[in-house]
Design a protein around this ligand. Structure first.
Ligand code: ADP
Length: 402
């Protein structure tokens, strides 16, 4: 029997999954990947093989009320039906916030789960959805080992000063500090960079994770020393629907002058801002690019996105004391040559020169000349979760055996 594990990434109405084979010692190997979306409404399930070919698909009517629990049990049943010589041994979960306590992935028990629930106010739009499947599995598949892998833990290497807000000390004691997110993505990039460019992997690198959520991370020899996201996943760059860094005074204005409830203000900042808010059209970069010539607000949204990336890169270059390389990753970073070209052109001052042809075909190396190296590297957060889940399980088995 080949042991397999499921990697889950749960959102408010979606459940993304990947199933990995875990051959002895070797890297976990993707077997299937898929998605449930529209949970609680018009739910849809799709699963693909490693080449992207659709293996199975199904839709449910809203009346059938497919929630996260039903989706998860459907997935377990689907796996049993198709597993042929495989055995499910563990589930690894993407959990956005590990707080100050969890500096590495952890085997979940009741006390870990309770500690993670305490962090819900720090990531109200993500953490509850990430934890829900853990509760469901504990109830429906008791005894199944579960590992929580955090977006925050990769940034625990930041210095005390890099994580500090200039706020009274008692707020720090309440956990109000910069954490940083997208750590599973940065972990992956740091782990593979040596295969692309061993010298660069030792150097001063800025990674631009530009997806629906977006942030930058400064790596020194593969270790995070600073990042644009802070206390919550709202900070830093403007994103698909999130505002990025704004003056905290804006929040008081929203509450006091606009008489918005905290929930309404939060909804605007998380779901109605960013590229969507500025363009008034879409959070999707493809739509904005297609409309940029004709629609002035689409162009402004893109220009602001690029401008803020350049400003934040300047800040990270200062934190690193220079720049040897820039890596683009995630949906926009991997696919949008125009965004890469606009960012590169704003970095001419750093000696960066773009190889236009390589950029238009996706690289992977898209720079020329003696300046900083620029690469496009597809991220793989799920593989990091699979690796971390396996290493936590092996450590637990070693502890049990000794
Ligand atoms: P998430 O943060 O949801 O994981 P992704 O990393 O999948 O996001 O990135 C999603 C975004 O990537 C989309 O909203 C879209 O703006 C952008 N994107 C995907 N493909 C392309 C493309 N070919 N050109 C430009 N942008 C793209």
């Amino acid at each position: 029997m080949t042991p397999v594990l499921i990697v889950l990434n749960a959102g408010s109405s979606s459940l993304k999954f990947q199933v990995f084979d875990m051959p002895d010692e070797a890297e976990p190997r993707l077997a299937w990947k898929g998605l449930y979306e529209g949970l609680g409404g018009d739910a849809h399930f799709i699963v693909r093989d490693t080449n992207g070919a659709i293996l199975d698909e199904r839709s449910w009517d809203p009346g059938e009320e497919l929630g996260h629990e039903e989706a998860l049990m459907h997935l377990i049943a689907w796996l049993r039906e198709h597993q042929e010589g495989r055995k499910l041994v563990a589930i690894g979960h993407r959990v956005v916030h590990g707080g100050a306590a969890f500096s590495s992935p952890v085997l979940v028990d009741e006390s870990v789960l309770q500690s993670l629930e305490v962090l819900v106010p720090l990531a109200p739009l993500h953490q509850p959805h990430n934890l829900e499947p853990i509760r469901i599995v504990r109830r429906r598949l008791p005894g199944m080992p579960q590992v929580a892998c955090f977006d925050t833990s990769f940034h625990q290497s930041q210095s005390d000063i890099a994580t500090l807000f200039a706020l009274p000390r008692e707020m720090r004691e309440r956990g109000v500090r910069r954490y940083g997110f997208h750590g599973l993505s940065y972990d992956y990039i740091a782990s593979v960079l040596k295969h692309y460019d061993p010298r660069l992997a030792e150097g001063r690198v800025i990674v631009a994770h530009l997806g629906n959520g977006a942030s930058l991370c400064a790596l020194q020899g593969g270790v995070s020393i600073a990042t644009t996201m802070g206390f919550s996943a709202l900070d830093g760059l403007p994103m698909g629907t999130r505002c990025g860094a704004i003056d905290a005074g804006v929040v008081f204005f929203m509450l006091r002058e606009m008489k918005l409830s905290p929930e309404a203000a939060e909804r605007i900042l998380y779901t109605e801002s960013g590229l969507l808010g500025v363009s008034g059209l879409s959070n999707d970069m493809r739509v904005l690019r297609a409309n940029a010539a004709a629609n002035v607000d689409s162009r402004r949204a893109i220009d602001l996105f690029v401008y803020r990336i350049l400003r934040e890169i300047g800040s990270l270059v200062a934190a690193l004391g220079g720049i040897d390389g820039l890596i683009f990753t995630a949906g926009i970073g991997e696919n949008d040559a125009a965004t890469r070209a606009e960012v590169a052109s704003g970095l001419a001052w750093a000696g960066l020169t773009l190889d236009e042809r390589a950029n238009s075909t996706g690289g992977p190396r898209i720079s020329t000349g003696a300046g900083p190296d620029v690469w496009v590297i597809p991220t793989n957060e799920e593989l990091v979760i699979a690796r971390q889940t396996r290493s936590v399980l092996s450590a637990a088995q070693t502890r049990l055996a000794s």
